[in-house]
Design a protein around this ligand. Structure first.
Ligand code: ATP
Ligand code: SKM
Ligand code: MG
Length: 176
């Protein structure tokens, strides 16, 4: 597998960071998590950026960071933020600069992972009932799906592996 950049996209909690790290180790490529990249550049957490400057400023910063990280790394695994593909023409930009993979996970699974992690650490989710959480995620996904499904490859798995994803990418490269 030789293609330059692999971008992982999907809902918060879908496993972009987890699978991204595994894929980077498997392929011996650098791993960039866009949220962490932004936090390093800005010197504050994504949560603080949202609180201090609001979402629209965050989205501009995020779009810029996506372009900077892309220019910085010819070969890398890049885990994007949950909303990255949905703003500033980012999904088209991603598809012009590498292979994109949508990690598709059912909302019920995402919610059970988030509960295990502790929902209180996510400001937009804390205090919501199960029904409210489900509705919030369903609405978010139904809007975002149009962007996520522009990805080169959709990987729908509850138990994803770097090895299996590489096979899917190889199959796609052969067919291309
Ligand atoms: N295949 C899996 N099975 C079960 N739990 C998983 C799996 N992949 C990731 N997780 C767990 O789900 C949570 C979310 O995973 P991860 O942080 O990788 O997702 P993410 O898409 O990067 O989320 P975020 O948008 O918040 O950055 C973590 O607690 C992680 O340990
Ligand atoms: O789903 C979203 O809109 C977000 C997901 C995170 O990765 C962060 O990029 C931020 O919290 C916004
Ligand atoms: Mg992540």
């Amino acid at each position: 597998m030789t293609d330059n950049r692999i971008y992982l996209v999907g809902m918060p909690g879908s496993g972009k960071t987890t699978l991204g790290r595994q894929l980077a180790t498997h392929l011996q490529l650098p791993f960039i998590d866009l949220d962490h990249y932004i936090e390093r550049k800005e010197g504050k957490s994504v949560r603080k950026i949202f609180e201090k400057t609001g979402e629209s400023w965050f989205r501009k910063t995020e779009a810029l960071a996506l372009r900077q990280a892309t220019e910085e790394y010819d070969q890398a695994i890049i885990a994007t933020g949950g909303g990255t593909p949905c703003f500033e023409g980012n999904m088209d930009y991603i598809n012009r600069h590498g292979i994109s993979v949508y990690i598709e996970v059912p909302i019920t699974e995402i919610l059970s992972r988030m509960k295990a992690e502790g929902i209180a650490v996510r400001p937009l989710l804390a205090g919501k009932t199960d029904a409210q959480l489900h509705q919030f995620f369903s609405e978010t996904l139904s809007h975002r799906k149009q962007f996520y499904t522009k990805a080169t490859i959709t990987y729908a798995s509850l138990n994803p592996s770097a090895h299996e994803l590489c096979q899917l990418i190889d199959q796609w490269l052969v067919k291309k």
